[in-house]
Write a new protein. Structure first.
Length: 164
């Protein structure tokens, strides 16, 4: 009977070197993604201070959060917005609101707002007709702005991790 036999030597050494390579690449990716998250979060917050939306209370701007998760198999970076901010998505994607009534909160007896001429108007209820909100992307536009830099940064992190 004919055949062949493969004999492997140094298995443990090869596995150890591959594990070390994976650890270096993972560490480099974690550092790179962490730095990208910080810079992109800053960019998003800046967009919410005038260029995309005119800041009123700063609640949406302050709701921008980043998260970095590192495991043996994955490095994941996320940036999120609007936890508890009901208008976050409609500004990002645009959309329509249904007609609805606006009433005073709590034990307040009336709503108060200016009429545009320096006067004040008081009302128990305002019948809002609904709105069509334009898209004012602050998240997706930032991702698009950063796309090339993200690709270059991640490629360099992998290359440097593999070379060391």
């Amino acid at each position: 009977m004919s055949g062949f036999e493969i004999i492997s030597t140094g298995d443990k050494e090869v596995v150890a070197r591959l594990d070390a390579l994976t650890d270096r690449v993972t560490a480099n990716l974690a550092r790179a993604i962490g730095a990208l998250l910080v810079a992109m979060t800053s960019d998003i917050r800046n967009k919410l201070n005038g260029p995309v939306l005119n800041r009123r209370t700063g609640a949406l701007q302050n709701s921008i959060r980043q998260d970095l998760k590192v495991s043996a198999q994955d490095v994941t970076g996320t940036i999120g917005a609007g936890k508890g901010i009901p208008y976050a998505a409609i500004h990002e994607f645009g959309g329509t609101t249904k007609p609805h009534d606006i009433r005073p909160k709590g034990n307040k007896g009336a709503l108060a707002f200016t009429d545009g001429y320096g006067g004040t108007i008081f009302a128990r209820v305002v019948h809002h007709p609904g709105s069509k909100m334009p898209e004012r992307s602050y998240m997706r536009s930032t991702l698009a702005d950063w796309s090339d830099r993200i690709t270059r940064t991640l490629a360099k992190a992998v290359s440097d991790g593999a070379a060391s």
